[in-house]
Design a protein around this ligand. Structure first.
Ligand SMILES: C[S@@+](CC[C@H](N)C(=O)[O-])C[C@H]1O[C@@H](n2cnc3c(N)ncnc32)[C@H](O)[C@@H]1O
Length: 285
């Protein structure tokens, strides 16, 4: 673990400081990127196809997805993802020569219909349409991007080669030998006070939720009595928890967060009923 951590420190330092510059490169079609050549914020190093495959597995990538690779390099991730998952992909690459080279690789792979390489800055381009974002950047760049990433559609999957997102813990990870990939699901914003409607029982129910990224806790007021919210989990826009009702029954709740409303079902005594909620007061974290 210590060895792996030390290696990542060295890798982070190398990605940030390696030289090479943009100037010394011949232009396409002869252009060949050099490992370690400097980019705007991070140098170029390609993700291996093997790790790309693991990253796509972590993101559960499928044909319906739109993938954005931030800092696309030679296009390996968008190309591999489009080829193996049938999805559409966009790569954003700052270095115009590298972007042109990636476009050529897309063309060679016969994927021009589904893969686009934009010459641009990841801090200026809009990638909010993505359902999957891939990154091989640096810890501090990930953290600079974090507010933008957290504001994406709930359920968007973010996958990073090697580097974390500060105190935002990943939802899943792959680690083998020298390779590490981390995956986060963008959580819905649920912190605040909710009124719940459970027509089958007609209890007056208020749900208070606290949130730190995907981690949530809270309590329920049912008919004026405080009950703990048990086993609360938030994955994208799906909220799950369990509570014990005034009748001592155990109730399993599963709801979808849709902005200021909750819609879902509650199961108890083997029977499932509808439950909904409305946001009374949001509390920003
Ligand atoms: C470590 S490489 C990763 C390349 C590719 N994503 C992969 O995993 O194979 C990082 C890439 O980001 C590019 N880059 C650095 N800063 C950037 C920025 N602000 N906007 C867009 N691309 C950037 C570099 O030129 C380089 O190609």
């Amino acid at each position: 673990m210590t060895h792996t951590y030390a290696r990542r420190q060295v890798l982070a330092w190398a990605l940030a400081t390696a030289g090479g510059g943009l100037g010394g490169c011949a232009s396409a079609p002869d252009y060949k990127p050099q490992r370690g050549q400097m980019g705007k914020d991070v140098m170029w190093l390609p993700t291996s196809e093997r790790l790309t495959e693991k990253m796509l597995q972590l993101a559960n990538a499928g044909p319906q997805d739109l993938l954005y690779d931030l800092g696309a390099g030679d296009g390996v991730i968008p190309i591999y993802a489009a080829k193996t998952r049938g999805l559409r992909a966009v790569g954003i690459e700052y270095n115009p020569k590298l972007a042109a080279h990636a476009r050529q690789n897309v063309q060679r792979a016969g994927l021009s219909e589904r893969v686009q390489i934009i010459t641009g800055d990841i801090f200026a381009e809009d990638f909010s349409r993505a359902s999957i974002v891939t990154m091989y950047l640096l810890p501090e760049i990930n953290q600079q991007l974090r507010p933008t990433l957290l504001a994406m559609k709930p359920g968007t999957r973010l996958v990073s080669n090697s580097f974390d997102m500060g105190d935002w813990e990943p939802d899943a990870r792959f680690e083998e030998g020298r390779e590490l990939a981390l995956m986060w699901v963008v959580p819905a914003q649920v912190q605040g006070q909710w009124d719940l409607q459970f027509p089958e029982r007609r209890w007056a129910m208020q749900l208070g939720l606290r949130q730190r990224y995907q981690n949530i806790g809270g309590s329920l007021q049912i008919e004026g009595q405080t009950q703990a919210v048990l086993g609360a989990r938030l994955s994208g826009s799906e909220l799950r928890f369990v509570f014990v009702g005034p009748d001592e029954g155990t109730y399993q709740v599963r709801m979808q967060v849709q902005g200021a409303t909750l819609k879902g079902e509650v199961t108890s005594y083997g029977v499932t009923h509808e439950i909904t909620g409305t946001l009374r007061q949001a509390v920003r974290g």
